[in-house]
Design a protein around this ligand. Structure first.
Ligand SMILES: NC(=O)c1ccc[n+]([C@@H]2O[C@H](COP(=O)([O-])OP(=O)(O)OC[C@H]3O[C@@H](n4cnc5c(N)ncnc54)[C@H](OP(=O)(O)O)[C@@H]3O)[C@@H](O)[C@H]2O)c1
Length: 263
């Protein structure tokens, strides 16, 4: 299937590894121009070279820290300068630390509000006028199954992702008639560095091996296992392509059936 991504210009944030990288990989393989972002130039340069080798029409790496709002303006402007515009924006960042709702502090909330809500909104609003003017655009938020089924130990994530989801849903209704779609791609447990790190901490606490802990976590989903990045990214490419033109304001789950809700 031709996803219609040849020559489209994508900016993928949090794409030095993990889920953001998996979307960048899938979009690059379709012949798009891709800029990846994260915090380190060296790792981004390496990813850009790999994307180019895997089929990207061109690939660039631009460092930016979502903890700093002003970095978002610079990232948007530099991506436009490198690629001539941004048609596809993937909003992603590192995940917040685990905590229960009772443990969550105001300082934690303020810090992670910048990462999860303010910075993604700031960069989107800088790029949105051009997407609307050209009557074509795609915004994809890397979300979490906790946006539909709050995860007891991830209170910061649950709380703040509810906000970005409500914002996306609201804005998607304002821009849909201009050919701009906005969706959340919500992962269950997908094997990335983050999942390995959190499983390592839980395994040490429980006195089991990391493999045993990953297998246990996998059994939380009907699929009975943890997913792989290559099972997540292609759905991002589908949403980003012409194939996604009538899908907007939606949350698409890639979770092995983990969320049991019918909605
Ligand atoms: N994997 C899962 O199963 C899963 C499930 C639910 C939700 N999620 C969420 O999905 C997102 C991605 O998860 P992941 O598993 O792919 O994590 P990951 O492997 O740790 O990758 C995180 C990415 O974000 C970048 N990043 C981290 N902090 C940043 C910052 N301050 N500014 C800019 N970029 C930053 C990292 O790049 P650098 O370190 O190079 O800067 C990296 O590219 C997270 O928000 C996570 O909570 C993941």
């Amino acid at each position: 299937m031709d996803l219609g991504l040849k020559g489209k210009r994508a900016l993928a944030m949090g794409a030095s590894k993990g889920l953001g990288r998996s979307i960048a990989d899938a979009i690059a393989a379709e012949g798009a121009v891709v800029t990846v972002s994260g915090r380190e130039q060296a790792s981004l340069d390496k990813v850009a070279a790999e994307l180019k080798a895997a089929g990207a029409a061109a690939a660039y790496g631009i460092p930016a820290d979502v903890a700093r709002g002003e970095d978002m303006d610079r990232l948007a402007d530099q991506a436009v300068a490198k690629m001539g515009g941004v048609d596809i924006l993937v909003l992603n960042h590192g995940g917040p630390p685990p905590c229960t709702a009772s443990e969550m502090t105001e300082a934690d909330l303020q810090k992670w509000f910048q990462h999860i809500v303010l910075s993604p909104i700031r960069i989107t609003m800088r790029l949105m006028p051009a997407m609307r003017a050209q009557k074509w655009g795609r915004v994809i938020v890397v979300g979490s199954s906790g946006m539909q089924h709050p995860i007891p130990t991830l209170a910061l994530s649950n709380t703040l992702r509810a906000s970005i989801w409500a914002w996306l849903k609201t804005l998607s209704g304002e821009v849909a008639a201009d050919g701009v779609t906005m969706n959340v791609l919500a992962p269950g447990s997908i094997l990335t560095d983050r999942i390995t790190q959190t499983a390592t901490a839980r395994a040490a606490k429980a006195g089991v091996s990391v493999e045993e802990e990953l297998a246990r976590a996998g059994r939380e989903a009907p699929a009975g296992r943890i997913g792989l990045p290559k099972e997540y990214g292609p759905m991002g490419a589908f949403l980003a392509g012409e194939t996604g033109s009538f899908i907007t304001g939606s949350m698409i789950r890639v979770d092995g059936g983990r969320v049991r809700s019918m909605l």
